[in-house]
Design a binder for this molecule. Sequence first.
Ligand code: SF4
Length: 325
Amino acid sequence: MTALLELIGVSKRFPLGRRRMFSKVPPAHVHAVDDVSLGVAPGETVGLVGESGCGKSTLVRLITRLLDVTDGTISFDRREISDVPAKLFARDVDRTHIQMVFQDAGESINPRFTATDAIADPLRRLLRLKGAALQSRVEEAALQCGLPLELLGRFPHQLSGGQRARVGIARAIGTRPRLLVLDEPTAALDVSVQVTVLKLLQQLKVELGLSYIFVSHDLNVVRLLCDRVVVMYLGRIVEQGPAQAVFDAPLHPYTRSLIAAVPRLDGARSDVPRLTGEPRSPVDPDPNACRFHGRCPVGEDRCGTAMPALREFAGERFAACHLAG
Ligand code: SF4
């Protein structure tokens, strides 16, 4: 199936400081995202997991074109969108097709906006809607998200956490997008509210034919919701594949450690070694070493001198480890 969204060799580097005049020494760079290739099919939910600082947030900001790529290409519906500068993409037609739901709707919505203002804002900016057409689209999105119309005049502080989350989702679906990027959409909510919001997302996906990129720390939710999972470590993809297969039999030592750290309902403890220490610095990392080397419980000498490529395994699975398979 043709991918709705396709990334090929995408990298993002941030310079640390400016190059001094006449200096021959180039400035150091933070390698936030490094050579990432992935696709999202129509109707698919792809989970993006990894520790803080692994590059997930930068990657979703590249996909939603809030940031420009340093290298590589991003295509949406077979049209390259990474060659449109981020500032111009804010007015691009495909901006309406790729929308983002932020982690904490209470933080991402302007506190001076009512729910109506918040949902109407992208409709005004991107679709130039106004008057009755605007109001009708706002109410349609609110009702699709289970938000009673009598709440539309309220400000964020007058809404519960669950209601604010619904405003954030209504704001994202108002432009009738095809891809939603969900950045930890339930992390700021109580567990009982999380369940209702996740059910709403499932329902909207089917009703509106959406594709999702679902960024989460909660591997139980990723396992439940996602068709495919992509595991990132220090800016690179270290494993990807069908979610069930990855969770049942992870190929990469990092994925094994992440899954082993998830508390189990039966209270049993995994015998996979727990992750200790911190990831290495993302500033100019050694291009000739595995990024997980030094922290990997099964690393060998060669891991410090040869970067493992992302190799394909049976069942549409990929892993970047010399020992995988
Ligand atoms: Fe561990 Fe080596 Fe595999 Fe990297 S290549 S994950 S260091 S075993």
